[in-house]
Design a protein around this ligand. Structure first.
Ligand SMILES: *[C@@H]1O[C@H](CO)[C@@H](O)[C@H](O)[C@H]1NC(C)=O
Ligand SMILES: *[C@@H]1O[C@H](CO)[C@@H](O)[C@H](O)[C@H]1NC(C)=O
Ligand SMILES: *[C@@H]1O[C@H](CO)[C@@H](O)[C@H](O)[C@H]1NC(C)=O
Ligand SMILES: *[C@@H]1O[C@H](CO)[C@@H](O)[C@H](O)[C@H]1NC(C)=O
Ligand SMILES: *[C@@H]1O[C@H](CO)[C@@H](O)[C@H](O)[C@H]1NC(C)=O
Length: 488
């Protein structure tokens, strides 16, 4: 039974389950690579994904320049929005942003060539007749304009002074807002409409007056975003207003895929609400674990300058037997709001500062080099490094991330070492190669932004929980594909 439900996921675009009398909500996350098949080789795919990760990280640093723009995220989720007509929308699930927005008709996308698959990307959203503009004197309008007082915003919206003084500007719309991502930007206007989530059994769950941005113009962002960051307009925050327990935590469990087409197509569960009582954790797997739940929790770090990211502190990385120290700015955020590591669902590969990357790569090489030779041509063609020819002799060392709060996460090997077959084209000999999938974030002693990013590739095979109440992020090893069966 469970397996037939599971296989139907592949074909049903949009599904939703209510579990344990709607104590938690479950969405399937779809990896966008599953429908984005224009890559002509593994090298091409890797080159494209590494370039995207770098672009997004660099934009996290400096929001002024945008050279290489690209899809903001790798995983999409769906729900329906509006009434008369109601339409299914598919958006990137992004913990690195704090609003929900989507492209609206008429839509102009600048520098979006090659960034989406025209066949699988839905056409821009047509606002329903039930959509209402958000007024300039609302909390939502203030939130989207960086907390500016509503009187200032209403003045910009040309509400007359006497109406501002009397708080009678409800007929003046919230002005357009500009929003910049790690890797793109857009201008949008806020609306409210019904958000509807189909349940496994009717009736469906309807959230009235859900606030979202409608963009007619974007730079490098052809697909809308469901922001899961910290902020009043994020999807979890708005669900919390409807039902508080839905907003206290969320988690996802990304199916480990190693770019294998079949595995990339498998949906990954996104769980909103509290989980503990509903999942029966496989006890046999936790021999020696004294705690009731098996998450390794690390505290979220506060950052008043960039309040919507989920920051954690990284204390060290163990490669093999050696515990490698990290620069101080990975452990904490300074007074200017710089430093720390952002847990991001929207970046593929983790980015770490150059000095740490060099020590990790060199320690990694020490284990690999005995049996395997460095595959430098592969490094140039993929953007990943170091890469090695794998002759079954080399030893891939264990890798452990040590986060603040004494929280150590043993990385599944597939999360940091990707093996594939090189060659075979142009009559070249086929050889197995493997590349480390952590990336060099460069050296930015004076620039702002986070010191590192924990990308989704390094989050595969783990359930990552964002506990918003206790302000902590937890990691637990899971078989994410079969987590469905235990949830539904
Ligand atoms: C694959 O596509 C990339 C980018 O479009 C191109 O540079 C490369 O030459 C192509 N490779 C092959 C083998 O067709
Ligand atoms: C968009 O919706 C409006 C009504 O809300 C309708 O009149 C119009 O035909 C729709 N346009 C398209 C292209 O679907
Ligand atoms: C807002 O517009 C509605 C409908 O046009 C009108 O009835 C109402 O009086 C207006 N409110 C204010 C404060 O002008
Ligand atoms: C939704 O907004 C309308 C006005 O646009 C208001 O009358 C109604 O009370 C709101 N409903 C909720 C549940 O907030
Ligand atoms: C961290 O964990 C280790 C092993 O579980 C333990 O020995 C150590 O005392 C802990 N340190 C702190 C500061 O809690």
């Amino acid at each position: 039974m469970a397996s037939s439900v599971f296989s139907s996921f592949r074909y049903v675009f949009f599904l939703f389950f209510s579990v344990a009398s709607s104590k938690l909500l479950l969405f399937p996350l779809t990896n966008s690579l599953s429908s984005y098949s224009h890559f002509n080789s593994t090298h091409h795919l890797l080159k494209s994904t590494t370039a995207r990760s770098t672009a997004r990280f660099l934009r996290h640093h400096s929001r002024q320049v945008s050279v290489a723009l690209s899809p903001g995220s790798d995983y999409t989720m769906s729900f329906s929005l509006g009434s008369a007509p109601k339409r299914t929308v598919t958006l990137y699930m992004d913990t690195g942003s704090d609003t929900v927005w989507l492209p609206c008709k008429p839509f102009t996308c600048i520098m979006c060539e090659g960034k989406f698959d025209p066949q699988s990307t839905p056409s821009p959203y047509n606002l329903s007749t039930s959509a209402a503009p958000v007024t300039c004197q609302s909390r939502a309008c203030s939130a989207v304009h960086s907390g500016l007082p509503t009187s200032d915003i209403c003045a910009t919206a040309h509400c007359p002074l006497e109406s501002i003084e009397m708080s009678e500007c409800e007929n003046y719309s919230c002005p357009d807002f500009y929003y910049a991502y790690g890797d793109g930007s857009f201008v949008a206007r806020l609306y409210t409409d019904n958000l509807e989530i189909s349940m496994s059994a009717p009736p469906s769950l309807v959230i009235r007056n859900f606030t979202f941005g409608c963009a007619h113009e974007s730079l490098g962002e052809p697909i809308g975003v469901a922001g899961f960051g910290r902020g009043a307009l994020s999807l979890p925050a708005q669900l919390a207003e409807f039902s508080p327990h839905l907003g206290t935590q969320f988690s996802y469990c990304l199916v480990s895929h190693s770019f294998d087409t079949d595995r990339v197509r498998q949906p990954s569960p996104l769980i909103l609400g509290r989980v503990e009582s509903s999942i029966s954790v496989n006890k046999a797997k936790r021999v020696g674990a004294p705690r009731l739940d098996d998450f390794a929790y690390t505290p979220m770090l506060e950052n008043s300058k960039h309040p919507y990211y989920y920051y954690v502190g990284l204390e060290a990385i163990t490669v093999g037997k050696r515990r490698l120290p990290v620069p101080e700015n990975m452990k904490k955020i300074d007074r200017k709001g710089n430093g720390g590591m952002v847990v991001d669902s929207g970046t593929t590969y983790s980015m770490i500062p150059e000095i740490l990357y060099n020590s990790v790569a060199s320690e990694f090489g020490r284990w690999m080099i005995s049996g395997d030779k460095r595959a430098r041509p592969v490094e140039d063609r993929t953007g990943l490094s170091p890469c090695f020819y794998v002759d079954a002799k080399g030893v891939v060392p264990q890798m452990v991330f040590h986060f603040g709060g004494n929280s150590s996460v043993v990385m599944p090997r597939k999360n940091y070492f990707y093996e594939f077959t090189d060659g075979g084209d142009n009559g070249k000999v086929k050889r197995r190669v493997g590349c480390m999938t952590l990336m060099n974030g460069g050296y930015f002693p004076d620039s702002g932004g986070p010191a590192g990013l924990l990308g989704n590739y390094q989050q595969q095979g783990l359930e990552v929980v964002y506990d918003l109440l206790k302000k902590r992020v937890g990691f637990a090893k899971r078989k994410c594909a079969s987590l469905w069966d235990r949830l539904i």
